[in-house]
Design a protein around this ligand. Structure first.
Ligand SMILES: [Cu+2]
Ligand SMILES: [Zn+2]
Length: 188
């Protein structure tokens, strides 16, 4: 009797889920999809293991980023938003593209900078764990404009093996890409 009830309930759940998918896809044909104002993304290393969780929240002045990092190598690491929402470990996260530039040059020390996706280095202690909050006032969770995280090619957050020197072009001489989190997948 209990099993029968469960089975009925799960059938209803499946039907409801399919209904929601159908509704979403028909809605997308007539209007842009709804953009999430808060996203939590898993941060992954090149070996596929998790290196923490990063939450992006739209606020009135930009995007608040809360990062819970773990299992990281100690030291200073560049911390950027890149222009494409792909984290392909096989290509060393190169598929994430360059920095979200919004028409600027790289770095806080560059007269024509910084890129919208440039942020201060993250200094990981010996424990490999760190929780930080960053406010990036140059970006938005929107889908329109050059600094929008949910534009057609999406966006990703990356950490590098070395620190960003805040001036070398095009990406601060920060060496290999060691961790990647997809903020928004490409929409096409
Ligand atoms: Cu980067
Ligand atoms: Zn940059």
């Amino acid at each position: 009797m209990t099993i029968h009830t469960h089975s009925l309930a799960s059938k209803r759940l499946v039907a409801k889920t399919f209904g929601m998918i159908a509704l979403t896809s028909s809605a997308m044909m007539i209007a842009p999809s709804v953009i999430a104002k808060e996203v939590t993304a898993e941060l992954k290393g090149v070996d596929g293991g998790t290196l923490g969780e990063i939450t992006f929240i739209e606020v009135s002045t930009g995007v608040q980023i809360k990062a819970n990092l773990q299992g990281m190598s100690s030291g200073a690491h560049a911390f950027h938003i890149h222009e494409t929402g792909k984290c392909n470990a096989a290509d060393g996260f190169e598929s994430a593209g360059g920095h979200l530039a919004a028409g600027k040059e790289h770095g806080f020390l560059e007269d024509k900078g910084p890129h919208a996706g440039d942020m201060p280095n993250v200094h990981i202690p010996e424990s490999g764990e760190l929780t930080i909050e960053v406010l990036n006032t140059s970006i938005s969770m929107g889908s329109e404009g050059s600094a929008a995280l949910n534009d057609v090619d999406g966006s990703a957050l990356l950490l590098h093996a070395d620190a960003d020197d805040y001036k070398s072009q095009p990406s601060g001489d920060a060496a290999a890409r060691i961790a990647c989190a997809i903020i928004a997948e490409p929409s096409s």
